[in-house]
Structures are given as C-alpha cells and as structure tokens.
Design a protein. Sequence first.
Length: 105
Amino acid sequence: MAKKTKNLFTLMQPVVRKDSEIGQVEITGAISQAGSLRGLNLIRVANMDADSIATLLTRVTAPALTQKEINEMHTLDFIGLAELLVPFLNPPEPGASNVAETESE
C-alpha cells in the first residue's frame, strides 16, 4: 500500500529510470508559486482533470517526474500524488491553519 507523509509519497510501484528506481516523490514548494499553474485551466486543475494534474506534477515533484513517467505510473500512485496537491489548491476552513502556518510549526 502506498504511504503519504506530509508532502512525501511512497509509490506502490517505483518509477524506473535507467539504472535507478524512484520510490518516493515529494511535492515541492513550487506548488505554492502561481507560476506552477501557468498555462493550466484552473477549473480543470480544481476538478482534478487527469491531464491537468499530470502537467502540474511535472512542475512540482522532486525528483522531477516526466510526463511519460506520470502517464505510465500505477493509477493508485497517480491518485495519491494528486491527493497531496489538495491542501495547496484549497483555501483552509475558517479558523483552520493554512499550509504556510502548518509548515512553520
């Protein structure tokens, strides 16, 4: 079973690159920059459109995943990474800590 820890996701099926494997992927601070959304339809991103999320993931993952790697990853790994984006894309509930506040704690 894939595991999530804060902004780090452990893949069920590692991504294979040449002679190495990527077993964990982190959502980087780039997700907090408006530039990471450049050229994307915000409604599609908010609705978790697979193509839009895949493009966004190429911009905000470490190690940086390619479009091909994202398209070929296990569905549950893709969904898990997409779920990690949600706190950055949704405003906090009134009275709740936002992402910036929880990162500084």
